[in-house]
Design a protein around this ligand. Sequence first.
Ligand SMILES: NC(=O)C1=CN([C@@H]2O[C@H](COP(=O)(O)OP(=O)(O)OC[C@H]3O[C@@H](n4cnc5c(N)ncnc54)[C@H](OP(=O)(O)O)[C@@H]3O)[C@@H](O)[C@H]2O)C=CC1
Ligand SMILES: Nc1c(N[C@@H]2O[C@H](COP(=O)(O)O)[C@@H](O)[C@H]2O)[nH]c(=O)[nH]c1=O
Length: 616
Amino acid sequence: MPPPPRPPVAAPAPAAPCPIRVAPIRRRLHAVPRAVSVAASHAHDAAFLRRAADVADRSAGLTCPHPNFGCVIARPEPDGPEARVVGEGFLYAQGTRCAELLAAEEAGERARGATAYLNLEPGDCYGDSTAVSSLVQAGITRVVVGLRHPLKHLRGKAIQSLRSEGIQVDVVGEDLQSKLFKEALTSCLIVNAPLLYRAAFRVPFSVLKYAMTADGKIAASSGHASWVSGRASRGRVFELRGRSDAVIVGGNTVRRDDPRLTARHVKGHVPVRIVMSQTCNLPEEANLWNVHEAYTIVATQRGARRDFQKKLAMKGVEVVEFDMLNPRDVMSYCYDRGYLSVLWECGGTLSAAAISARVIHKVYAFCAPKIIGGVTAPTPVGDLGMNQMTQAIDLIDVSYEQIDRDMLMSGFIQPIPDLSPVIPSADEIPSDDPEVSPYETNIISFYKTWDTFGAFSNFSPHPIDMPDEKGDCLTWPTVEHYYQFLQAHKFVGVDNPQASDIVQEIKQARSPEEAARIGRTRQREFPELIRPDWESMKIDVMYRALKCKFSTYAHLTEMLLSTAGSVLVEASPHDLFWGGGREGEGLNYLGRLLMQLRSEILGTVRTSAEAQGQET
Ligand SMILES: NC(=O)C1=CN([C@@H]2O[C@H](COP(=O)(O)OP(=O)(O)OC[C@H]3O[C@@H](n4cnc5c(N)ncnc54)[C@H](OP(=O)(O)O)[C@@H]3O)[C@@H](O)[C@H]2O)C=CC1
Ligand SMILES: Nc1c(N[C@@H]2O[C@H](COP(=O)(O)O)[C@@H](O)[C@H]2O)[nH]c(=O)[nH]c1=O
């Protein structure tokens, strides 16, 4: 029976002015026999799915952790028994063009009749069907999905849409089952482990990393620890930091090591540094207080050394007080901030507390071929209250790797949660996850683009057409690009070559996160170049950009109107001007402007309805 006719689908978002260039791919052409037998076709599907998971991981360390999507399009060779990859793509960052669109663009006409392999079910911003429509318009006839989307409000949606377009969708574990698929599924689970832990346990994925000698010490008895592991191992640690939203240490490590905790190997993502200190008895001067290198948060006990807290705040360090400072509450806090992945680089005192609180999911132990001895020399994990070896925690899925002279052993403390058994029935409409919002029910909060109302974020992948400094209309990939550009443009009034370089840099930023980072960094570096009237202009600039975004995308206007009666809050815990803050202490200007826009649109809708009523 021929497939039912396809209803019209939304066109992919307009091309961005600075298209994301997919890094050249080392082609391992998967020469696999054509589907002469079920076993051969399974081998072929599993290989391409594993490849989709590998591709999905490409942005690691370059951008803020985000759900990792990869898409591989493969088709049989016209005259041979083999299938070949004709297009690949991955999501570079929040707010950038989706993997499916990039892969379909690369494949071009060769996508017709081909199969697309997706490590993860697409989960675009609400109302944005670019991933699905890219595959449909490219002429893909079959899609193989590794994992259903773990977030409840997105799970099953894209699969249902693809099927309703007449595309055959095979989901691993449901339609495809074999040992090979189990292995491919593991690759899909690993590449999105942070998202899965977050969805299942409502804490970020936490990795404990330490470097120890062959006799199990992380420092000499004096506390001196630089260095236990070799240069190559420490390079790997920079990579781990780049893959994390935050790096955590305890007060003692700050006092003893004066660490920097940056990912200084590449010009990519820089994690936030978090110090957990109950006493707040921390040095007056420390590398971590240099917030030009990276943002720093000190998490402390309520009331601890308030004068010192003020001094830290003056340096730009954020201080967060907890009623009882403990690893679980700090992880809940990181969850509220939208973090997916956290790296613990503390000593044994704090690591033991974190393991006991069951917030550590994976361990990376670098072991150097050295012996230091010392009965009191610190060890990686302090007291866990166990006194029988039978009580020891057995690591799961352990890997071993030699790094120069060191050995890296890694393994999971808790298995990666596989949420796929919770499959919505064919006619079930995926519901919003009420728990997504930490606010009251008549308050709708949004922050990360993958949240239910994530399309309200300025990072959402909705390009807008707005004039540049010369008045020429340009397409900006996101509102954030445009806003940061204009904010940087305030420098241009000053005749300074550095100023125009900044503007160009922002124009070409590959992601909204990068546009924001460049804008913030340059503002700190060149405060003298800032135009004094920017503060009075910025709200108006933002409003115009939002108006353009919502008038360009009808489904976004619909979504905005659907929130009538609710208070909109950008749940950014650190931007206290545009965001609402963690406990409502922020001014929430972004939320306010969206509500203003909503009233304006509602007013127009009502006026035109009234006018129509008068005519009839
Ligand atoms: N080789 C390696 O990989 C590493 C080595 N090291 C070495 O380890 C040594 C430091 O280890 P260690 O003393 O264990 O330091 P930690 O990094 O574990 O810091 C312990 C401190 O964490 C703070 N803390 C906050 N909340 C808690 C909590 N709920 N439970 C426990 N502690 C909490 C306290 O700070 P406060 O006292 O301020 O209240 C506490 O003193 C140093 O010699 C350092 O060089 C450290 C990291 C890695
Ligand atoms: N000594 C030691 C580590 N120590 C960790 O690294 C921190 C120093 O980071 P940075 O200042 O950015 O270089 C230090 O405070 C501690 O957390 N790490 C390792 O990979 N190997 C080592 O031998």
